[in-house]
Design a protein around this ligand. Structure first.
Ligand code: ADP
Length: 619
């Protein structure tokens, strides 16, 4: 799948996910807050209705009390009634009729009561009533009569079998001024008023429904969706069960129609009634569903927008990037000559330019790498050639050494013959021939002797490598002592003052190092000045090697001869001045080099010389 497609899809999916999460979150939140709002609203309706019911009952009770306290019922009513009775039945009926018409009927006309009547104590007989059919009836065992004699009494709603309809009575005692009551004033409440309070709809919800239930689960008022349910039908919903157990609260439950509702219920403890107000869940959910639909719409719009934005970005950013990647792929396929065009977004152009710069540098690096490779190869081949040459030199060196050794060895025999016959000639014919002949014989003898010496020297020079011994640990102090012993006579003759510092143990061929020390001390004595020779030997550790030195107070050496004096048979003086063949220092150099060391000197003419040589330390 292409990068653009992938990016577009990825962005869209992310947006979809975000929309879903946000949508679910918002709708859950709104639903919850709406539910809480609805419940608190329904609860407040219940509270208001309860207050109004109480108010209605208080009004009724007060009205009845007011009536009972009127002078006509209060001042000597029993006596007046007795007088009227004495005056005759007609008089009494007129009296009672007047009372009904003047005092009770106007109260009934206010619509608070449907009927008002007076019961006589103790008979319980209806003395007078706004409903003439009730006069003369006995109601002696009824609560409103027995309890109404003592105080105000409000009877709960019940179904009146005589009236064949629901009824609710309020009673209050009638007294002649004293404590005992002569009668009970009873008012039958106009329940239409109660229904009007309970059934009144306060909210914008069309399914709002309030009703009262009594403790036998009967409807006390007509519910919105019922006809003649009042005291005819029982109800057993969750809300009703809860409220009749004395609880007040709210919940979602199925109502008397088996429709799911959100309801609030309030227990009216004094009346032992439950007041329920509810709305259909469907109506409640309707605005939420609308919000959900709106959210889906917004989500879809966001999704579409994201799709277009990501598509736009893919086109403007990723497509040129894709092209660039294609081109870079071609370049990475070793085609360094490929040129990447710098078109598209500014950043893409920058990348292209940076890449081209990198490519140029890469090319340069490759060129220098190739050059370096060639150089390395050349060096390798030069090294190989050098190695070959070295091996050849080594070989010819060995051959030469062999040759020098063999030649000097083999030359010794004929030379000895030449020398001994020359000496014989000199002995036998000295003084017998002319002076010139004696001189020539002397030259021949001397030449042969010198030649013998040279060959001896050459032989010892080549023996350094051919006859050298294995290196071992030797004490330089001991070597110094041996050397002193070897040169005992010379040292004494020349009154040499020879001293040494503490000398180390070294890794060396003891015989050869003795040779070196002996040669250097001999030279220090040989090239002395007039004063007695002073020679000092010392050694110090310099970067892991022993640097040994032999210092004298002799004639000194011009430093321009630094190299020359170490070459075989090279001398700075004639034989007449100082004896010797010029082999000594060459031999020392060869021995020290065999020990992987160096030899050199520091000197000033007339002020003595110091010869240095290095030797390996103990391993
Ligand atoms: P030889 O002693 O046989 O001449 P060497 O090889 O020992 O040969 O010395 C080479 C030359 O170096 C000597 O001829 C001499 O001129 C010079 N030389 C060596 N040692 C000393 C020294 N300690 N003081 C002055 N000159 C020296």
């Amino acid at each position: 799948m292409k990068l653009q497609t992938r990016a577009t899809l990825a962005f869209s999916l992310i947006a979809l996910f975000c929309c879903l999460v946000t949508g679910v979150f918002i709708s859950q939140k709104t639903l919850k807050s709406h539910r809480e709002q609805a419940i608190s609203f329904l609860t407040s309706i219940n509270i208001q209705k309860k207050a109004r019911i109480e108010q209605w009952l208080v009004n009724a009770s007060n009205t009845l009390d007011l009536l009972a306290s009127m002078p006509v019922f209060h001042d000597n009513f029993s006596q007046k009634l007795a007088q009227k009775e004495q005056q005759g039945i007609k008089e009494k009926q007129i009296f009672l009729q007047e009372l009904t018409t003047l005092h009770l009927a106007p109260v009934v006309a206010q619509n608070l009561f449907t009927e008002i009547f007076i019961l006589l104590v103790p008979q319980g007989e209806v003395l007078l009533s706004t409903d003439s059919h009730q006069v003369g009836k006995l109601m002696v065992n009824r609560d409103f009569f027995t309890r109404g004699q003592k105080q105000n009494y409000i009877e709960n709603v019940h179904y009146s079998m005589t009236l064949m309809q629901p009824s609710m009575l309020i009673s209050t005692p009638l007294k002649n001024g004293g404590d005992s009551s002569y009668g009970v004033l009873v008012g039958r409440l106009n329940l239409a008023k109660l229904s009007a309070i309970v059934e009144e709809h306060n909210s914008f919800w069309t399914t709002e429904d309030s009703y009262l239930v009594n403790n036998q689960n009967f409807f006390i008022t007509e519910p919105r969706y019922g006809q003649e349910y009042m005291l005819r039908k029982t109800v057993h919903t969750h809300g009703v069960t809860e409220v009749l157990s004395g609880h007040s609260g709210a919940s979602i439950y199925n109502d008397y129609r088996d429709v799911t509702v959100i309801g609030s219920y309030l227990y009216l403890a004094e009346r032992n009634l439950g007041l329920l107000t509810k709305i259909d869940q469907e109506e409640f959910l309707a605005p939420n569903q609308q919000i959900q639909r709106q959210l889906v719409g917004i989500g879809f719009a966001v999704l579409l927008l994201t799709f277009f934005i990501s598509w736009f970005f893919a086109q403007t950013l990723l497509r040129p990037l894709g092209h660039l990647v294609d081109k870079l792929n071609r370049v990475s396929g070793e085609n360094l000559e490929y040129s990447v065009s710098s078109s598209g977004l500014y950043e893409i152009q920058q990348i292209s330019v940076a890449f081209m710069t990198m490519l140029v540098r890469l090319k340069e690096t490759l060129v220098s790498r190739n050059m370096l490779q060639r150089e390395v190869e050349q060096r390798k081949s030069a090294e190989q050639q050098l190695q070959h040459a070295l091996e050849r030199v080594k070989q010819s060196n060995t051959e030469l050494e062999q040759f020098a050794y063999v030649a000097s060895h083999d030359l010794q025999e004929p030379l000895r013959m030449v020398s001994s016959y020359n000496q014989l000639l000199a002995q036998k014919y000295k003084g017998q021939l002319d002076e010139k002949a004696d001189k020539y014989i002397h030259f021949a003898v001397d030449g042969a002797a010198r030649m013998q010496q040279l060959i001896q020297d050459l032989l010892s020079f080549s023996r350094v490598t051919t006859k050298g011994k294995e290196f071992e640990e030797v004490d330089l102090k001991e070597i110094f002592e041996i050397t002193k012993k070897n040169l005992e006579l010379t040292l004494e003759e020349n009154q040499v003052e020879i001293t040494a510092d503490a000398l180390p143990v070294i890794q060396a061929d003891a015989v050869q190092i003795t040779q070196v020390l002996q040669n250097l001390i001999s030279n220090a004595i040989k090239f002395r000045q007039d004063e007695a020779p002073k020679i000092h030997i010392s050694a110090r550790d310099v970067a892991g090697v022993w640097e040994c030195s032999v210092r004298d107070n002799g004639i000194g050496i011009d430093e321009k001869y630094a190299d020359r004096i170490f070459i075989i048979f090279q001398r700075l003086h004639t034989r007449e001045e100082y004896q010797g063949t010029g082999i000594g220092l060459a031999l020392c150099k060869r021995i020290i080099e065999r020990h992987r060391g160096k030899i050199w000197f520091e000197s000033e003419l007339g002020k003595g010389s110091t010869f240095y040589f290095t030797l390996p330390q103990r391993s």
